[in-house]
Design a protein around this ligand. Structure first.
Ligand code: SAM
Ligand code: DTB
Ligand code: SF4
Length: 343
């Protein structure tokens, strides 16, 4: 929490809620845009520095060939997207990318793998990566698919800080985008991650053809977890040719939501989960600077930083630095990250 705002902030907004009802959240979505932004800013400023953004860099440590059929994903074997199936990167290559990310100003390094769930030998190699990246002084995050409670504990023992596992949408809409696993599988992994005392990074995707009720439902699921995720990535769908959700891939498949609806989703996430870092995640390459500024105003205080997400592009470092400079937004330093981690 922002120390300067802690007293007035926590008193004014009282306890964090875990009993949000869908109708209440839909009512937030339906507020006049300026009223919603005002509420989100009030919550944001009570819990966070007003003009600070945390930066995480992603690296795909094992790309392509995933057996799951997530309709948005370029890495699924079910779709012909041109993404090659690679072996896991060597530890040294991961460390080199982590050093580069740190030198560019990232404070968290997120390692992603196109797995349904990792095998024992994957966990062993990734545990080494986590130890060595952590030793550089970076926060570590991993996203490796479904975990058992034992695997979650092994990652925790290796020093992992965050585990990313998105609920992606509402439970109702989820069935339409993935058939190879259930929503409950996602919730079970999140439980294993929480119980291992890892910090939870969980959010979803906007623009897959879901309704506003689905977007509200997704945020209700996240906010009503036993603890709010410490990090909430809000991705705008990156439409990748070959996936069922790509523009023109199926009748009515151009699902993009307009920018204001995307910003509303960020604002509602901020109001429901006041202490979380809300990340303006995938999709920034297609967003104007003005839209990104609105997302920060709505309470986003984290971004993916670096020219690549996992397989698709992201604004380059110079462009992001210039944008933050124009807005007088500072990037969170490692010391600030460490201090936040202790509270
Ligand atoms: N395989 C693991 C899993 O599914 O949890 C980890 C990697 S997976 C790529 C991580 C997340 O990336 C997904 O849950 C989804 O939210 C996001 N993602 C994947 N493809 C995307 C796309 N085309 N646009 C936006 N977000 C995407
Ligand atoms: C998250 O919510 N978004 C990131 C990260 N967690 C792993 C991934 C975005 C992937 C976008 C498509 C790609 O680059 O393959
Ligand atoms: Fe596999 Fe994850 Fe992509 Fe789904 S989102 S296909 S689980 S890599």
């Amino acid at each position: 929490m922002n120390p300067a705002a802690s007293e007035s902030g926590s008193a004014r907004f009282s306890a964090l809620r875990h009993d949000w009802r869908l109708a209440e959240v839909e009512a937030l979505f339906a507020l006049p845009f300026m009223d919603l932004m005002f509420r989100a800013q009030q919550v944001h400023r009570a819990f966070h520095a007003a003009n600070r953004v945390q930066m995480s860099t992603l690296l795909s440590i094992k790309t392509g060939g995933c057996p799951e059929d997530c309709a948005y994903c370029p890495q699924s074997i079910h779709y012909d997207t041109g993404v090659a199936r690679d072996d896991m990167l060597p530890v040294e290559a991961v460390l080199e990318a982590a050093r580069k990310a740190q030198a560019a100003g990232a404070t968290r390094f997120c390692m992603g793998a196109a797995f349904r769930s990792p095998r024992k030998k994957d966990i062993e190699r990734i545990a080494t990566m986590i130890r060595e990246v952590g030793a550089l002084g970076l926060e570590t995050c991993a996203t490796l698919g479904m975990l058992t409670p034992d695997q979650a504990r092994e990652l925790k023992d290796a020093g992992l800080d965050y585990y990313n596992h998105n609920v992606d949408s509402s439970e109702e809409f989820y069935k339409q985008i993935i058939s190879t696993r259930t929503y409950q599988h996602r919730l079970d992994t999140l439980e294993a991650v929480r119980n291992a005392n890892l910090k939870v990074c969980s959010g979803g995707i906007v623009g897959m053809g879901e309704t506003r009720t689905d977007r509200a439902g997704m945020l209700v699921t996240l906010a009503n977890l036993p603890e709010h995720p410490q990090s909430v990535p809000v991705n705008q769908l990156v439409q990748v040719r070959g996936t069922p959700l790509a523009d023109g891939a199926a009748p009515g498949a151009n699902h993009g939501v307009d920018g204001f609806e995307f910003v509303r989703t960020i604002a509602v996430a901020r109001i429901l989960m006041p202490a979380a870092q809300v990340r303006l995640s995938a999709g920034r390459e297609a967003m104007s600077e003005e839209l990104q500024a609105l997302a920060f105003m709505a309470g986003a205080n984290s971004i993916f930083y670096g020219e690549k997400l996992l397989t698709t592009g992201n604004p380059d470092v110079e462009r992001d630095r210039a944008l933050l400079a124009k807005l007088c937004i500072e990037s969170e330093t490692q010391a600030q990250t460490d201090a936040r981690g202790c509270c």
